[in-house]
Write a protein that binds this ligand. Structure first.
Ligand SMILES: Cc1cc2nc3c(=O)[nH]c(=O)nc-3n(C[C@H](O)[C@H](O)[C@H](O)COP(=O)(O)OP(=O)(O)OC[C@H]3O[C@@H](n4cnc5c(N)ncnc54)[C@H](O)[C@@H]3O)c2cc1C
Length: 314
């Protein structure tokens, strides 16, 4: 990057950041209100693109993550007359000179909009222990739907006893020789039906009050070190799935709008408005407690309609 910033000249009515269910839904609704829209995204589809089977996208009893991504992108591109798609990563959103907002894009370039809708979603939370980064992709994994088959016949640990951890165990069971499920508290969380299924399975060992300390291995994972009851313990495993939740991708707006202690953008649940008039947010990047495709899309519809109302008044 040479540090130069290109002002494109065009001031859009709305700049949407993100191409997951939230960003796509916002774009479709903005287009139908004939708002001149710019959608900046690194990719289309969002986090569930890796899923082999999504069974709760309403209207589609079964769809793969890839098919959903293609449908979202196709729907947005139908409105090519008013929606411009720019591939890239937004790094910062700030106030513009004329009352609107500017969005800096990685690699140079600055876009301008009278309103902004943030739909950047989230990413998987890391453990932050020694060995995790070094062994990522070499036994350390974050997506059981994607990577479970790689662990055929192997001993695997899943870290995290919430819904994501339980689902990872179930993804692994058809392949792994044995699965250890580590949870930091004294009980598994997650929905009772899945919990019961996992607890009853003879091929799963649940280890409670266990704090992961290190992941070891020269080239690939060979051990997971954890602490339980004040003692250091070791598990001989060839895989570690980290399922401890997600982190919101709110970095581009952190110094502009209010975020909560988890870094999630605080929104008004009726309007998807943030603390700054003209900036709206929807989906997994927000403080909405339910992180789901349908909810992300629905909240984004609120964001687009609210942006339209805002633009009529400003
Ligand atoms: C493995 C997995 C399976 C799941 N399965 C289901 C399921 O079956 N059903 C369900 O309802 N939910 C499921 N979820 C949850 C669901 O995927 C999320 O709730 C949903 O994707 C959130 O949508 P979003 O649009 O808010 O964000 P995301 O899906 O995270 O999309 C964000 C988009 O923004 C882009 N982006 C991020 N930062 C920037 C930036 N700075 N600049 C430009 N672009 C950026 C990304 O490339 C991405 O396209 C699953 C999640 C995972 C991880």
């Amino acid at each position: 990057m040479d540090g130069k910033v290109t002002i494109q000249g065009m001031v859009y009515d709305v700049v949407i950041i993100g191409g997951g269910p939230a960003g796509a839904a916002a774009a479709v609704y903005a287009a139908r209100k004939r708002l001149q829209t710019l959608l900046i995204t690194e990719s289309f589809g969002g986090q569930s693109i890796v899923s082999d089977e999504i069974e709760n996208w309403v209207g589609e009893p079964r769809i793969t993550g890839l098919e959903l991504a293609q449908k979202l992108e196709g729907h947005v591109r139908q409105y090519g007359d008013v929606v411009t798609v720019r591939e890239g990563r937004a790094v910062a959103v700030g106030r513009g000179e004329h009352g609107g907002f500017v969005v800096d894009v990685d690699g140079g370039g600055r876009e301008e909009g009278r309103a902004v809708i943030l739909a950047t979603g989230g990413r998987r939370r890391k453990l932050g222990v020694p060995g995790e980064d070094k062994l990522e992709g070499k036994g350390v994994a974050y997506c059981s739907t994607c990577d479970a088959p790689i662990f055929r016949g192997k001993e695997v640990a899943v870290v995290g006893g919430g819904n994501a951890g339980l689902e990872a165990v179930e993804d692994l069971l058809p392949y792994a020789k044995h699965v250890y499920l580590l949870e930091t508290t004294d009980a598994l969380r997650g929905d009772p039906v899945t919990r019961e299924r996992v607890e009853k399975n003879g091929n799963v060992t649940v280890i409670l009050n266990a704090r992961t300390k290190e992941i070891r291995g020269e080239r690939t994972v060979t051990e997971l070190m954890y602490e339980a009851g004040g003692e250091e313990k070791e598990l001989a495993v060839q895989g570690v799935f980290v399922e401890i939740g997600s982190v919101p991708n709110s970095e581009p707006v952190k110094s502009l709008v209010a975020v909560n202690a988890r870094g999630e953008v605080e929104i008004d649940s009726k309007t998807a408005a943030t603390s700054v008039p003209g900036v709206f947010a929807a989906g997994d990047v927000t403080d909405d407690p339910y992180k789901q495709n349908n909810i992300s899309a629905g909240d984004a519809v609120k964001a687009a309609l609210s942006a339209h109302e805002y633009l009529k008044r400003n």
